[in-house]
Design a protein around this ligand. Structure first.
Ligand SMILES: [Zn+2]
Length: 473
């Protein structure tokens, strides 16, 4: 066990023990048929010391060739391209998908780059590559096909990482079968050890082409992460038919898009239905509906616009891809219109299960805008005019009265902007400040002097005041 707790202290390779290596056609001679049958009952799956904690979503990535990869340099992509053509990437994706599809664990492929295999990140940090990275180099030992770190904390940022021995003569569908070995190694990445069941893909030795998981493998991964559960909508019976779709919320005021995540297709052949209503106020806009499993799962989603009876009107898909995004652009739509969309998978035997999100974008045209926040500098312009009006009443001490009189106008002014707020919904809110001086002019201060006509022209009274003051001097 300690070799898993302190993996960084040991050279990677033989000393890591056989539990995470697939031997090349090596069959232990000491096992008889009888002992195998006996052990099968006890162990058709086994666990490594760790599992991925509190996660139902993992990612994997393919590091760039040329980066430092454990004891060597990653050359897996060019090596497999040369041996198998570019399609080996689909084989790897299919192997990852098999584990994901039978457990409550979405594993999405994400970008990788020129980051060394020991690029350190805390397991809790967000790394610029997948949780599980698959690279490779020539082991110079044909008896070891691949090796893998278990879940964290094993290997820290290298937890779950797989090294493929590019010195092996790889094939697709014949010995040595890349899919079989990737299936085995991804099982280690997720926390499974070698059981005694020779039928298991996790058996310690390569036993020929095994394109699918055995019953023990499925039981093992489900014991670790649970069987796949459907999303809360489907479990509640919502979105299961065109007549009972999941309603997408209208976009927020001023926004063009609304989205919904946390949904999934939990079984091959499953479908979810969504309804989107074009909200009032959207003038001249077009509707674009998108379904995406990008960075969420291995799902290859398909999207259809359907009629009330569920019949397909338009559809789009990207068969053969995984973690893909599909869009239907409906063009111009009218406020009040409703559309029902169906999401299922373009595939049946692969990439048919996984989480995704949907999004409705209202592009172009006019979008209902929220009321802009009312500017509140009104109180300040209110105070100066009373100052001008009051001095004539008590010339000797013009300073004290203004302080008391300005208090009353601000109390009344808050009602003034409220009256004007509805007007600001109009496209020209700039006019509002122009109207404000008017209520200020008729401020209650006029009542005090009683000689109202004088107050009508503040400028003249100011100059008059100046003259009076000068004359008194
Ligand atoms: Zn192994």
């Amino acid at each position: 066990m300690d070799r898993w707790i302190h993996p960084l202290l040991r050279p990677f390779g033989l000393s890591n023990g056989p539990r995470h290596k697939a031997g090349n056609g090596r069959k232990p001679a000491f096992l008889s048929v009888e002992t195998l049958e006996c052990r099968e009952v006890l162990s058709n799956y086994a666990f490594l010391p760790n599992r991925w904690p509190t996660k139902t979503r993992l990612t994997y990535s393919l590091p760039s060739d040329g980066v430092y990869w454990f004891k060597s340099t990653n050359v897996m992509q060019a090596s497999l391209d040369n041996a198998l053509g570019a399609n080996w990437r689909t084989t790897v994706a299919e192997a990852v998908y098999q584990w994901s599809s039978v457990s409550d664990l979405d594993i999405a492929q994400v970008p990788d780059g020129a980051f060394a295999g020991d690029y350190y990140v805390s397991p809790a940090a967000s790394a610029p590559f997948g949780d599980i990275r698959i690279g490779g180099y020539d082991f110079a030992n044909s008896q070891i096909l691949a090796s893998t770190f278990g879940p964290p904390p094993d290997g820290w940022s290298r937890a779950g990482d797989i090294s493929v021995n590019v010195g092996v003569n790889w094939n697709l569908g014949s010995n040595i079968d890349l899919r079989t070995v990737i299936l085995h190694e991804v099982g280690h990445s997720l926390g499974l050890d070698h059981p005694s069941d020779t039928q298991s893909i996790m058996y310690e030795s390569y036993q020929g082409v095994r394109p699918t998981l055995a019953a023990g493998d499925i039981a093992g991964i489900q014991a670790l992460y649970g069987a796949r559960r459907d999303d809360s909508y489907t479990l509640a019976g919502i979105g299961v038919s065109a007549a009972n779709p999941i309603s997408l919320a209208a976009p927020a005021l001023g926004e063009r898009a609304t989205a919904l995540g946390g949904i999934e297709l939990a079984a091959a052949g499953a479908a979810d239905y969504f309804r989107i209503d074009v909200p009032e106020g959207f003038v001249g806009t077009s509707l674009k509906m998108t379904v995406s499993a990008n960075a969420i799962s291995m799902l290859s989603p398909a999207l259809s616009l359907v009629g009330a009876d569920g019949s397909t009107i338009r559809s789009a898909s990207a068969a053969g891809q995984w973690g893909s995004t599909v869009t239907i652009d409906l063009g111009p739509v009218l406020a009040g219109q409703s559309f029902v969309f169906k999401v299922n998978s373009a595939e049946s035997n692969r990439f048919a299960i996984g989480g995704y999100r949907v999004q409705a974008d209202f592009a172009g045209g006019q979008v209902p805008q929220p009321t802009p926040p009312a500017p509140t500098p009104e109180p300040t312009p209110v105070t100066p005019p009373p100052v001008v009006i009051v001095p004539p009443v008590t010339p000797p001490a013009p300073v004290t009265p203004p302080q008391t009189t300005p208090v009353t106008p601000p109390v009344t002014t808050p009602t003034v902007p409220k009256r004007f707020r509805p007007l600001r919904k109009l496209p020209a809110p700039i006019r509002a400040p122009v109207n404000k001086p008017k209520p200020v002019v008729k401020t209650p201060a006029i009542k005090k002097p009683v000689t109202a006509p004088v107050a009508a022209k503040p400028k003249t009274s100011l100059s008059a005041l100046a003259k009076v003051l000068l004359a008194k001097k």
